[in-house]
Ligand binder design. Structure first.
Ligand SMILES: Cc1ncc(C[n+]2csc(CCOP(=O)(O)OP(=O)(O)O)c2C)c(N)n1
Ligand SMILES: [Mg+2]
Length: 329
């Protein structure tokens, strides 16, 4: 990595680590509670992909928009959705971000800028364009982030969105989290090009190919793209290389994943590696990071207890929040 590029300050590095640890611990708790049978829900683990949203989010404000997908609890937590509200929503409780009516596939929390979670592959990009266009028209300095997977880069909406964002110089950052698989299909079996980032050239869009498991490189890439968008320079495409540690959905036997490749990726787990490098480079002590982790564990204990003790939404809620004007029963 070149040293003439900006380097994150110590407190930024710690902030990135805190978000990564928050994601890892939340993911571990979600997987263990589903396994225990206490919660039943579809769950798409983002374990292994912690760096991307954590290194991005330190460049963003609550007023910046983020659109994410079913595999998006890492994006939500990094952007600032409180664990408590996230747990309640995933558990379908009335105290959740969407009063339990969105559930795991449709978390929305405008207070932290998370504007949509979608199960429609490729749909974060046109929605982020719309949010970016609104900000541009109103003269607000907001940035919109579209998160999506490598598989989604083969959907028509990806190409349409990149084209329009480039023509209109929208303040948007397209972030492809290339975790090497689309559902059960390996990258090369469904994608004609070696690098998704090369597709940006077709739309005259600045594009970055980055190791999405390297917190400093990801922080630099995200910083460049966010600052371009915020200062009127238009969109950027980032392809962040990462790896999905688990199968597509919880319970998936993942027999289609190359065991050697998976073992190698898990061996390179970005969370403990970053932790160790922070200590080795003298940015943080073992005790300091341990205290952050203990605080997160407590936050999650409280979130789980809060979610499980909360009621399910009332039947009367069925027609509420559907249209701007409530429909009478
Ligand atoms: C429009 C559409 N087509 C197909 C699907 C079925 N589907 C769900 S997830 C998925 C794979 C997407 O892979 P990728 O974009 O790489 O995201 P990842 O799950 O790896 O994060 C597919 C094809 C869908 N949900 N929506
Ligand atoms: Mg993928």
């Amino acid at each position: 990595m070149s040293t003439d590029r900006p380097q994150p300050e110590r407190r930024t590095l710690i902030d990135i680590y805190r978000r990564m640890a928050l994601i890892k611990q939340n993911d571990e708790r979600f997987r263990s509670i589903i396994k225990s049978g206490k919660l039943v829900m579809p769950y798409y683990s983002p374990r292994g992909q912690e760096v991307i949203p954590s290194a991005l989010a330190v460049h963003l404000n609550d007023g910046d928009y983020l659109c994410t997908i079913y595999r998006g609890i890492h994006d939500m937590l990094a952007k600032g959705v409180p664990s408590k509200l996230l747990w309640a929503e995933l558990a379908g409780r009335s105290t959740g971000t969407c009063k339990g009516k969105g559930g795991p596939m449709h978390v929305t929390h405008p207070a932290s800028g998370v504007m949509v979670t979608t199960g429609i592959v490729g749909s974060t990009m046109p929605i982020a364009n719309g949010l970016a266009l609104a900000a541009q028209i109103r003269g607000e300095k907001r940035v919109a982030i579209a998160m999506f997977g490598d598989g989604a880069s083969n959907i028509g909406a990806f190409h349409e969105s990149l084209n329009l964002a480039s023509v209109w110089k929208l303040p948007v950052v397209f972030i492809c989290q290339n975790n090497r698989y689309a559902e059960h299909t390996p990258y090369a079996a469904c994608t004609s090009i070696e690098r998704v980032s090369d597709r940006g050239a077709a739309y005259s869009m600045p594009s970055i190919h980055v190791n999405g498991n390297d917190p400093v490189a990801m922080w630099q890439a995200a910083g460049e793209a966010v600052s371009r968008a915020r200062n009127g320079g238009g969109p950027t495409l980032i392809e962040a290389m990462t790896f999905r540690f688990h199968g597509h959905i919880f319970g998936d036997a993942d027999a289609y994943m190359d065991p050697a490749q998976k073992a190698e990726a898990m061996n390179q787990d970005p969370v403990p590696i970053f932790r160790e490098s922070l200590i080795k480079q003298g940015h943080a002590s073992e005790g300091e990071l341990g205290a952050i982790e203990a605080e997160i564990a407590q936050e999650i204990d409280a979130a789980v207890a809060f979610a499980l003790a909360s009621p399910y939404p009332d039947v009367a809620e069925l027609r509420r929040d559907v249209f701007a004007q409530e429909i009478e029963a």
